[in-house]
Design a protein around this ligand. Structure first.
Ligand code: KG4
Ligand code: ZN
Length: 343
C-alpha cells in the first residue's frame, strides 16, 4: 500500500473569505505565487531531491480552468525538465481514493459517497479507474447547501465548518426542514429547495423579534439560540438525506463497505450518524484522514500512484507527453475502461 512521504498545503480560505467566495482570477494568480515554494516545501519534508521523483501528477479537472492551467503548466514543465512522465488526474478520483492513505484503508469493491462543495454523488467503485455513477444531485451540492445556509445565517466563508460549529449548541429538531427526494426511490439528491426553506424560516424568526428584520444582515435579529437551532436543523436535514441515500446505495449494490470522501465528509454529525447506521447493518465505513478530507495534493499524487500500479498509466509512462489540456468539466464516469478492455 502507498504511503505519504511529505505533504504541503496552502489554503486560500483566508483570501476567499475576504471576498465572500472564490474569485477565479485571484485564485489562479495566487496559485502561481504559491506552487513552486510549496513544491520545494514538500520535497524538503520528504527529504528527497527532485531527481527522486518517478512521475509528476496534476489535477486535470474538473474545476476552474485558470487554476487547473497553473497546476498542469507547472507539472508538465517540471516533468519535461526532469525527463519524467506526467499524469493528469481527475479531482474526484483523488477524493475517492484518499482513504487509501489512512491507517484503515478500504478494499475494493465499495460504495463511495462523494460530498464536496461542487459534487454530491454515490459511486460504485470496483477498482482503480472502475467507477459507476449510482446517483447524484440534480441541483446544488451538499457542501453548497451548507455554504448557502451559513451565508443566510451571516456566517463567514467557508460556511460548512462554521455552520457545523454553530449547530453544536442547537436543537436539530427545532425546525423541520425538507428532506428532498428522501423517498424518491432512486439515489439522486436535491438540495436547492433547502436554502429557500432556511431563508423563509430565518425571515419568519427575524420578523417576530422586537428589533424587527434587519435591512443588511437578515439573521442579525435572531437570538444566538435561534441561530444555533436553525444551523442544527439544516445540518440534520442534509445529513439525514446523505445517510438514507448511502444506505439505499449499499442495499442496491449488496455491498457492505462505504467510503466517504470530500469536504463535507469532515462533518462530525454525518460521521456519527453513518457510523451508527452502518454498525447496525454490519457495514464497514472508511474515511480519509481529517486533514485529507478537503482538497489537497496528496490525494492527487496517490491517485496517480495507484493508476501506475494498476497499469492504467502505461501510455503516460511510456510516451511522456508534455502537451497539457485541462478538463474544467469532466464526468468521472468517463474514466471507466471501455467495455471489454483488458484489466
Ligand atoms: O472537497 P472540498 O474541500 O472542495 C471541493 O472540491 O468542493 O469541499 C469543500 C466543501 C465546502 O462546501 C465546505 O463548506 C464543506 O466542504 N465542508 C463542510 C465541513 N468541512 C468542509 N461541510 C460541513 N461540515 C464540515 N465540517
Ligand atoms: Zn474537492
Amino acid at each position: 500500500t502507498p504511503r505519504l512521504l511529505g505533504h504541503a498545503l496552502h489554503s486560500q480560505i483566508e483570501m476567499h473569505r475576504a471576498y465572500g467566495g472564490v474569485v477565479p482570477e485571484l485564485a489562479s494568480r495566487d496559485h502561481i505565487r504559491r506552487v513552486l515554494p510549496l513544491a520545494d516545501a514538500v520535497m524538503a519534508e520528504a527529504g528527497r531531491p527532485l531527481s527522486a521523483i518517478d512521475a509528476v501528477a496534476y489535477t486535470r479537472g474538473p474545476g476552474l480552468a485558470g487554476a487547473l492551467l497553473v497546476g498542469s503548466g507547472v507539472a508538465c514543465a517540471l516533468g519535461m525538465a526532469l525527463g519524467k512522465p506526467v499524469i493528469g488526474i481527475h479531482h474526484l478520483e483523488g477524493h475517492l481514493l484518499s482513504p487509501f492513505l489512512s491507517a484503515d484503508p478500504p478494499v475494493f469493491p465499495f460504495v463511495a459517497l462523494l460530498v464536496s462543495g461542487g459534487h454530491t454523488q454515490l459511486m460504485l467503485v470496483d477498482g482503480v479507474g472502475r467507477y459507476e455513477l449510482l446517483g447524484e444531485t440534480i441541483d446544488d451540492a451538499a457542501g453548497e447547501a451548507f455554504d448557502k445556509s451559513a451565508k443566510l445565517l451571516g456566517l463567514d466563508y467557508p460556511g460548512g465548518p462554521a455552520l457545523a460549529r454553530l449547530a453544536q449548541a442547537g436543537d436539530p429538531q427545532a425546525f423541520r426542514f425538507p428532506r428532498p427526494l428522501l423517498h424518491s426511490g432512486d439515489l439522486d439528491f436535491s438540495f436547492a429547495g433547502l436554502k429557500t426553506a432556511v431563508l423563509t424560516q430565518v425571515k419568519k424568526l427575524a420578523h417576530a423579534r422586537p428589533e424587527g428584520p434587519a435591512t443588511s444582515r437578515l439573521a442579525d435579529p435572531l437570538t444566538p439560540q435561534q441561530r444555533a437551532d436553525v444551523a442544527a436543523s439544516v445540518q440534520a436535514a442534509i445529513v439525514d438525506v446523505l445517510v438514507k441515500k448511502s444506505l439505499a446505495a449499499l442495499e442496491a449494490t449488496g455491498l457492505r463497505r462505504l467510503v466517504v470522501a470530500g469536504g463535507v465528509g469532515a462533518n462530525a454529525r454525518l460521521r456519527a450518524q453513518l457510523d451508527a447506521a452502518c454498525q447496525r447493518r454490519q457495514v464497514r465505513v472508511h474515511y480519509p484522514e481529517l486533514h485529507l478530507c478537503t482538497d489537497n495534493g496528496a490525494m492527487i499524487a496517490l491517485a496517480a500512484g495507484l493508476r501506475v500500479q494498476a497499469g492504467l498509466a502505461d501510455a503516460a509512462l511510456h510516451q511522456p507527453d508534455y502537451r497539457f489540456d485541462v478538463r474544467p468539466r469532466w464526468p468521472l464516469a468517463e474514466l471507466a475502461p471501455a467495455p471489454g478492455a483488458a484489466d
